[in-house]
Design a protein around this ligand. Sequence first.
Ligand code: NAD
Length: 436
Amino acid sequence: MMSTLAIRRFDANEADFNTKMDQILSWESVSDDRVNQVVKEVVMDVRQRGNQALMDYTAKFDQLTLTDQAQLEIPQARLQQALADLPAEQREALELSAKRVEAYHLRQKSDSWSYEEADGTMLGQQVTPLDRVGLYVPGGKAAYPSSVVMNAVPAKVAGVKELIMVVPTPRGEVNELVLAAAAICGVDRVFCVGGAQAVAALAYGTETIPAVDKIVGPGNIYVATAKRMVFGTVGIDMIAGPSEILVVCDGETDPDWIAMDLFSQAEHDEDAQSILVTPDAAFADKVVASMTRLLETMPRKAIIRTALENRGAVITVKDMEQAIEMINLIAPEHLELSVADPKAMLPKIRHAGAIFMGRYTAEALGDYCAGPNHVLPTSRTARFSSPLGVYDFQKRSSLIMCSPDGADTLGRTAAIMADGEGLQAHAASARYRLRK
Ligand code: NAD
């Protein structure tokens, strides 16, 4: 029997709308004291006891008993074998995905630049890739070969010298697609560890796992908490919360398409968020009817229902202008503009991780193979952050090269400012180089 889907229905013009929105939008990803405590212990223990602690936690949390430290690593030959054994269709799909993601990310690469002033002083910026990056690939409840592609390819495009990947293999179950993706993307070394212990190993290094300069990649709350804890010792990409989609529709798209697009994020996990915004109340009814009917056909229907009833919403607005206000308020990870003229809306959209434009652009295409990165800012952080990109794997050094004339002009200004700050050595160092 079909049970009605109890998704929230809001009207953006009702009096208590803002309070209701606050309730569904608030999400603190790393708020749990118990998780904080567990992660702190794990991180400190791995830092002190290295491989042995890593192996102990892998036995405890992943039910995988390793008898030798060498077993922590999945050898390069094993990655190549996974690739060689892959069915042709899957290999082609992975290779095409990696190729498209590479083509897109090549456009993000920045180059060093410099310019010369009239007195011969040169100023500039030197761009260098990071030396060694750690890539966390989740593997607790599901395997994510697409995450290997999305994290490894921009690092490679940036020119990162060494890419170290960790992936949990619960009970020793290795995912062949994940290994094959690592081979395709040129990952240098792969270790079969996960959770907070893997993040600690990447941050501090162990006898076997080299310490990296930055850790990227999504993961559950243990992974996110550990990344936040080791930040400073290493760089991190972002703290990712549960997946989100906001679909804005003018009421002219097939309601089944919209229902399935909302499901596509809801099926990730119970805390995922799917929201529909439309000015057409009758269309909203149709989408809810489609969701109720289609839900029964979904293997992950329990997760989808919980997500939609927990944090989902169908919102009616008075017009498209109000829909745009809604977009900027929600600042979604994924925004689908299922409308006739999405380009016309773009200039007014300020906050969204990725924008999928037009009725034919299903968000799912972006998850796998369109080209842009699928690691995106969640939990309203699109207000101040961007998708994972080549720029996350490049850093910049400022360049200054003074001519004798430049040293004279700049030296006078610097000395006056240094005097004002009471820093005599600064002032003297500048004055030594003035023309006599
Ligand atoms: P995971 O690899 O993130 O976590 C598994 C690890 O969690 C285990 O190895 C274990 O060490 C640790 N763990 C589990 N229970 C623990 C406990 N009680 N105490 C201490 N440690 C414990 O895999 P997952 O759990 O499947 O989570 C993956 C997450 O990544 C999901 O939330 C998924 O939605 C997200 N994800 C996001 C993206 C994205 O691009 N944003 C892509 C893929 C996956």
